[in-house]
Every structure is written in C-alpha cells, then in structure tokens.
Design a protein around this ligand. Structure first.
Ligand code: FAD
Length: 465
C-alpha cells in the first residue's frame, strides 16, 4: 500500500457491486472506504429486486386463491396494503442492516454521504443532510453508483407520474393504474397491481413487450397477462398527462384517453453519473451515457474502475456482483479476470413469470449461420386442471443445428425462474440436445418438458411477432 493515500480503495456506491468489491478487498487486508448517499444495499435491496419480489409474492396470492377454489377450498380473502408495505419495509431495513454489519465485519469504513470525484485520487464526500464535507484520497477508486429511472422530461404532465421508486411506497393501493413501458420492470409491476385487484393498463410504444427476449416468449406472455386482466396497448405512447379532480387523464397518441389514479413510468433506466465529477478525473462516458470501461472494468483513468449498472453492460444484480469479484481478482490478486456475459440466466417476475437463458431464436439464427433447430411446447400446467383456467405454459429449446448444442432455453409459466437457474448450468456447460434427452424426466412436473421435447418445429410452424 502507498502511504500517501488515506485508503487503498475508495468505493462510491454501496449497492450490489460496490459492497461486494469493498468487502472482498478489505478482507484481503487492504484499507477500504465506501460512500453511500442513500441506504446501504442499493437498488436491489432497497428499491429493486428484493422489495419487488415481495410485492410479486403478495400479489400472486389472489391467483393461488382462485386455483384453491378449484380444489374445493372456499377462500374469503382481503388485502391490507399499508400493513404489507410496513412489513416489507421492516424486512428491507433488516437486510440493509445486514449489509452494514457485513461491511463493518470486513473492516470497511462506511461513510454516509454523496461522493464526488475531485481528481484521479481524491473524492469529496458530503452528508446528504448537509454539514461539512470531507476530502479523502485513495490509491484506487471504484465507481459503482448504479442507475436511476429515466422519464421523458419533455412530456407534458410527466411530473404527475411516478416511477418504480415511488411504487414501493404508495400510501394507498390505487383503484386504477396505467404503466408506461414494455421492459421487465413495467411488466412485473403490471402483474403486481393487477394481482392486487387494481384495474391495470400497460402501454408500450413498441410492437410487443419485452424487447430483446425471444419472440415466442414475448407473444406468449402478452397473451397470458391479458388473460390475467391486464389491458395491453401496443404501438402507442402518451401525448399528455392531465391532472383533473377525479384522477389523471392519459392522452395517448392514438387519440385514446384513459383516466387512472396513478401513472407509472417504467420506460428505462439511465446510468447514475450526475454531478459525479467525472471530468475532473478524466473518466469518459460512452455514447449511451454510461461509464466507458474496458473488459477488465477499468475506466479511461488508470486507477479508476467502474462496475454494475453505471457501466450499462448487463444490468442485473448477480452480474454486478460478478464484475466486483473480477475487479478484485484483477486489481488485488494479480489475476486479470473479465466476466463472461454469455449464457447469463435471467427471470422476469411477471405473472406468469419468464425464465430465459442463452440465445433467442432470432439471435441463434444470426450466430449459428441460420441453422437452428427449435423445440417448443405449449401446455396447460397440471395445477390448473380443476380451475377452468386457460393459462398455458411455454417451453422452448433453441439448438445449434450443426453442433447440436442447446444454445437457448425459454420458459413462460409457474416456477420458470427456478427452472431456468438449473437449465442455465447445462447451457453454460454446452451440453447437446442428445445429452439433455439422456437425462431422465422427473414426473409429473412441468420441468420434464425440458428433457422430453422430441419434435422439431417445422419452419412453417414457427411463430413470429
Ligand atoms: P446499485 O445497486 O444501484 O447501487 C448503487 C448505489 O450507489 C446506490 O445505493 C446509490 O444510492 C449509490 N450512489 C449513487 N451515486 C452516489 C454517490 N455519488 N455517492 C454515494 N453513493 C452513491 N436485477 C436482478 O438481477 N433481478 C431482479 O429481479 C431485478 N429487479 C429489479 C427491479 C427494479 C424495480 C429495479 C430498478 C432493478 C432491478 N434489478 C434486478 C436490477 C438490479 O437492482 C441492479 O442491476 C443492481 O442493483 C445494480 O447494482 P449496482 O451495484 O450497479 O448499483
């Protein structure tokens, strides 16, 4: 360690990536400080994955009650939103406390405040409640400031809209909500509110929800969420939001007017780089406004690194954590490591949920010179046999026709996120379709479809969006 600096490493942002990097480095004997301007745990713990999943679980009970009635139960249920929000917030505070404790156990100095770069080795930290700022020097600096919701600032009336950040703390459950956006956050919140009995409209300017996912998944899920009562309006966006005495009137470009109590925008997220002092340290942004990094997460300044959503590579918690581990290996263990972004499994906690890993059919057609075998099954999950539900499950395998490796797995239906985690092991390992088929099924399960799909889709059968 150089004695000229206060710390070996200064981390800006105590979210998924920052906390992991700080702890690993401190446990390795280095002097580490971390600054957090909001609450320790970052987006994932405080206003992302974790509270979102609690909300999905709360909401999904309504569907389970309906299913239960098919099995002979009589369920009289009611939902207490303030009670749920309070319970959820207690748990979030507990989890944040664990993160704080773990930083302390590792010997990391936690500094509550907003950090701004002053030069390549210097940051200034100001407590969010004001007061004196501190100037701190470090040999290396890691930027892990995450992302923030993006809103169309030029839309008239957008100030009446909320984002996911406020959705976690609505004082009461609205009767009507309109959610703008077609990405996973929009779809997940639409499912949450619809499941809780809120009249829910999803509006998206693109041709179908979940851009970037497999087209069969997109089409299937759009149909399924409509069956669960969500009104989906595609190819359209707001022209104006007007506040009236009875609610918020959403004027759409197609001439429709929809009145709701709440309008939520989930129209994307932007890297959190505002007033971070990047210029003072010679840290450049890329053309999308994310911090520019090389494969090892080094920025354009030699001793400054960046990981997680602020680099806008693959904005997921486990990825930010893996990037943190690679940073630590590279900088402190003399073992240059870059994260492998291939075959990262991901889930959409829509209702029904989605699990996906590897290439979509379209991506595979480009990557595998067009020679792709597709295996697809749509079926009613056994659980719904007595309920009259016409919900269908989708299981799709995309196989490189030449190597016969399974390069993509896409599932829509109950437990898809749990299934895809396991399927991802086989995809990552590069197993062939024959090796999948050699695996004996577990019966009766939904997952057995993964190893029993025999018939290739003929090109004429393939659905497109
Ligand atoms: P963050 O976790 O965002 O942490 C950044 C931290 O830096 C924040 O705490 C912030 O307050 C702090 N900070 C920013 N600027 C400064 C500064 N100048 N000084 C001090 N502190 C600062 N991912 C999944 O894998 N699965 C999911 O199901 C999932 N669901 C999501 C749901 C929602 C609604 C959202 C918004 C995100 C979700 N994500 C999910 C994405 C996931 O939360 C992020 O990919 C992950 O949190 C990124 O980690 P990070 O370390 O880059 O940044």
């Amino acid at each position: 360690m150089s004695k000229t600096y206060d710390y070996d490493l200064f981390v800006i942002g105590a979210g998924s990536g920052g906390v992991r990097a700080a702890r690993l480095t401190a446990l390795g004997g280095k002097r580490v400080a971390i600054a957090e301007e909001h609450r320790v745990g970052g987006t994932c713990v405080i206003r992302g994955c974790v509270p979102k999943k609690f909300m999905v679980m709360a909401s999904d009970f309504s569907h389970q009650f309906e299913t239960a009635e098919g099995y002979g139960w009589t369920v009289e249920a009611s939902f207490d939103w303030p009670k749920f929000i309070q319970t959820k917030d207690v748990e979030i505070a507990r989890l944040s406390g664990i993160y704080v404790a773990n930083l302390g156990k590792a010997g990391v100095d936690l500094i509550h405040g907003r950090a701004v770069l002053k030069d390549v080795h210097t940051v200034e930290v100001t407590h969010r409640d004001g007061g004196e700022s501190r100037t701190i020097t470090a040999e290396n600096i890691l930027i892990a400031t995450g992302g923030r919701p993006w809103l169309p600032a030029d839309l008239s009336g957008v100030e009446h809209a909320i984002t996911s950040e406020q959705a976690f703390h609505l004082p009461e459950l609205p009767k009507r909500i309109l959610i703008a956006g077609g990405g996973y956050i929009a779809v997940e919140f639409a499912g949450i509110f619809a499941g809780l009995g809120v009249e829910t409209t999803l509006i998206y300017r693109g041709p179908n929800i979940l851009r970037g996912f497999d087209d069969d998944v997109r089409a299937h899920l759009a149909g399924e969420i409509e069956k669960r009562g969500i009104k989906v309006i595609l190819g359209c966006q707001h022209s104006e939001i007007v506040k009236t005495e009875s609610g918020l009137v959403n004027r759409l470009e197609n001439g429709m007017e929809i009145e709701t109590d709440v309008v939520m925008f989930a129209t994307g997220r932007a890297p959190h780089v505002t007033a971070l002092g990047l210029d003072a340290a010679g840290v450049d942004l890329d053309d999308k406004g994310a911090i520019k990094v090389d494969a090892l997460s080094k920025t354009t300044a030699d001793n400054i690194w960046a990981i997680g959503d602020v680099t806008d590579r693959m904005n997921l918690t486990p990825v930010a954590i893996r990037e943190a581990v690679c940073f630590h290996e590279t900088v402190y263990l003399d073992n240059p490591q870059h994260f492998d972004y291939e075959a990262v499994a991901t889930a959409v906690f829509s209702q029904p949920p989605v699990g996906t890993v590897g290439l979509s059919e379209n991506e595979a057609r480009h990557a595998c010179s067009g020679e792709v075998d597709v295996y697809l099954s749509r079926f009613r999950p056994m659980k719904y046999a007595f309920t009259g539900s016409d919900e269908r499950m989708l299981v799709k395998l995309v196989v490189d026709a030449t190597s016969q490796k399974v390069v993509g797995v896409h599932i829509v239906g109950p437990e898809a996120p749990e299934m895809i985690q396991l399927a991802a092991i086989a995809v990552k390992a590069g197993l062939t379709k024959a090796e999948w088929d050699a695996t004996c099924a577990v019966h009766p399960t939904m997952a057995e479809e993964l190893v029993t799909l025999k018939e290739k889709q003929r090109p004429g059968n393939m659905s497109a969006v």
